[in-house]
Design a protein around this ligand. Structure first.
Ligand SMILES: CC(C)(COP(=O)(O)OP(=O)(O)OC[C@H]1O[C@@H](n2cnc3c(N)ncnc32)[C@H](O)[C@@H]1OP(=O)(O)O)[C@@H](O)C(=O)NCCC(=O)NCCS
Length: 179
């Protein structure tokens, strides 16, 4: 399911997500998407369920940095499901998990040209800075201590309703949208 989802993304989306050209995941990358590996966690998968049929529509990966302070993440949303707040929901879910792991900052590397991700990040309180390592990239950073968790949960409920066209049930930790 994960490999089909990645293959089905537009090449430009795969490039933005993985910061380089790629057609599909290697066996190692697939393993890392589905297993805990040191400080790296299995991917969060967003799926759409229609009469029992599951389709993967988004994903997020996150890993704790060795400094014990930062959580690095990356996300993607299938082209057909964009601008429905699913990307926001994935980032908020990673944020919640990072806080639960005791991490203070959420950080991601994003192509400077990636207007969608930069706009999403700014909208939910990330700071966007130039990357010292690569001029093509910016670093998006959010201080999780400054976040009010009750507000996050309220926003998440609103976002879930928006993703599901108003038909979402109670908020659950699994990102599964029913038709
Ligand atoms: C970036 C990405 C994850 C956004 O997902 P999404 O589900 O469409 O994002 P959301 O619907 O939560 O958007 C939240 C806000 O971000 C901004 N935004 C999102 N897409 C945008 C776009 N194409 N242009 C301008 N602003 C955009 C808007 O402010 C939007 O709010 P609005 O819809 O109320 O105006 C998606 O475009 C994607 O998968 N891109 C390819 C992979 C990638 O770039 N990953 C980032 C690497 S970490």
């Amino acid at each position: 399911m994960i490999q089909d989802y990645i293959r089905g993304l537009f090449p430009a989306s795969r490039r933005s997500r993985f910061l380089g050209a790629l057609n599909e995941l290697s066996a190692n990358e697939l393993y890392r998407m589905t297993h805990r590996d040191g400080c790296s966690y299995p991917a969060l998968i967003a799926e759409h369920v229609d009469q029992g049929d599951c389709t993967m529509i988004g994903e997020a990966r996150y890993a704790a940095a060795p400094d014990g302070q930062h959580c690095e993440f990356a996300i993607s949303v299938h082209e057909a499901w964009r601008r429905k707040s699913l990307g926001t929901l994935l980032v908020e879910t990673v944020s919640f998990r990072a806080r639960a792991l005791g991490l203070r900052h959420l950080v991601g590397d994003v192509f400077r040209s990636n207007e969608a991700m930069i706009a999403l990040a700014r909208k939910i309180g990330f700071v966007v800075l130039g990357s010292a390592e690569d001029a093509r990239l910016v670093k998006i950073t959010k201080d999780l201590l400054l976040e009010d968790s009750s507000q996050v949960w309220n926003e998440r409920a609103t976002v879930l309703r928006r993703c599901a066209g108003g038909r979402a049930g109670p908020i659950a930790p699994v990102l599964s949208l029913q038709s």
